[in-house]
Write a protein that binds this ligand. Structure first.
Ligand code: FEO
Length: 394
């Protein structure tokens, strides 16, 4: 989308669509690219730019703003979040609008100085409930820290029922359509994958913010990535489920295999779970995208990990996956571990300890030597049955 789009009279999308970006934070794959949404909000007296775009898109942003008004006429730049994918154009905007003040939280003021060399004198710190009167239109600020940085806040325009939550409620999805109802089926799966990788570690903060949003008349949710929601009820419902449950009757199995022994054990575990009617989702870490693993862990009751022992420890792909799970902090806290080795073993005990230190309740592992014999497969089946008992027992 190469031009400014008027969402409601006087509120314009002036963001950038990044069709070609394929990975975020060197972790989250972006098969559909992403967008950096910025919004121009005009009152009868004042004009505000809400967030900016990533570095490299500054010219595009200023060109789009220029189709609505001279950028020098911007009175305030609201920085809901300091991360460079939204703040990258702050120095250019502040230079183009020499009278503008940067409006952000107290911590945001520090970050604006640290990342973008914006002097404190050009900043205006705001806190929960503070407002800006634009003339016939108001912006109100909501303190929403740790979604997903400490300085994050959201901006609300009560006259239009429009919320600008920056990263929160977003999705990495480039499209030639601005509105979620026009983009279609990809929106919710991509919003979930995004939630898993970015917001899941802060689920309790997300619930708190969703509670706060319930008191607002919300007619438009305009995040800083992905489509704008002009019927936001469904989005808010699914976000609440992701952040606060309930969990599904579902188990995620991640594993690596070198000569097929660990994979054979995995088959027995899956068989036991399936026999109890539990959904199983398997990821061979040799080919899996960890962001999809994370998305499935948003509402799975249990995680099962399989690894051969490699040089005394877990297979490096399993190690990496488990460390990723640890930091993303999925809500389902039941886990099981299995694996195989040629001689000494040790991967299963290592993984059990890592998962326990992240709050998981880990069943006694099954670790075998060499190709699985019938008794080994029975042990793996029994492990699957124990997981099933935990899952079915809630
Ligand atoms: Fe989209 Fe936290 O930046």
């Amino acid at each position: 989308m190469s031009k400014a789009i008027e969402i409601v009279p006087g509120i314009f999308w002036v963001g950038a669509t990044d069709w070609h970006r394929r990975v975020f934070d060197r972790f989250l794959s972006l098969p559909y690219g992403t967008s950096y949404n910025a919004y121009l909000v005009r009152g009868s007296q004042k004009t505000v730019l809400v967030d900016t775009v990533a570095r490299g898109f500054e010219d595009l942003l200023l060109e789009k703003i220029g189709r609505v008004l001279d950028p020098a006429g911007i009175d305030y730049l609201v920085m809901n979040h300091a991360e460079p994918d939204h703040g990258g154009a702050i120095p250019r905007v502040m230079a183009a609008a020499p009278q503008a003040r940067l409006v952000t939280t107290k911590r945001g003021v520090e970050m604006a100085g640290m990342f973008y060399n914006i002097p404190v004198e050009r900043c205006q710190a705001v806190a929960e409930g503070d407002t800006l009167d634009l003339g016939g239109r108001t912006l109100q600020f909501l303190d929403t820290p740790w979604l997903h940085w400490p300085e994050t806040m959201s901006t609300y325009c009560p006259q239009e029922g429009a919320l600008f939550p920056c990263d929160f409620l977003g999705a990495h999805l480039a499209s030639d359509k601005l509105f979620a109802d026009e983009v279609g089926e990809l929106v919710m799966p991509e919003a979930k994958r995004y939630y898993a990788a970015i917001m899941m570690p802060f689920a309790s903060r997300a619930v708190r913010t969703l509670d706060k949003l319930q008191a607002l008349d919300l007619r438009i949710v305009a995040p800083s990535h992905g489509p704008v929601h002009r019927e936001p009820r469904r989005l808010l419902e699914v976000q609440r489920k992701w952040a606060g449950g309930p969990l599904e009757m579902k188990v995620v199995i991640i594993y690596a295999t070198m000569y097929g022994s660990t994979e054979a054990l995995k088959g027995a575990v899956v068989g036991a779970l399936s026999a109890r009617g539990i959904e199983t989702i398997e990821y061979d870490l040799g080919v899996a995208d960890l962001s999809h693993v994370a998305a499935d862990l948003v509402d799975a009751r249990a995680l099962v990990v399989g690894s051969p022992t490699v040089l005394g420890g877990p297979h490096p792909l399993v190690l990496s996956a488990v460390e990723t799970v640890r930091i993303l902090r999925p809500p389902g806290k039941t886990a099981a571990v299995f694996g195989s080795s040629g001689w000494g073993g040790g991967a299963a005990a290592y993984l059990k300890a890592r998962l326990e230190s992240a709050g998981y309740q880990v069943l006694d592992p099954v670790e075998i030597k060499g190709p699985p014999r019938p008794a080994d497969l029975e042990a793996a089946w029994a492990l699957g049955q124990q997981v099933a008992e935990r899952v079915l027992g809630g």
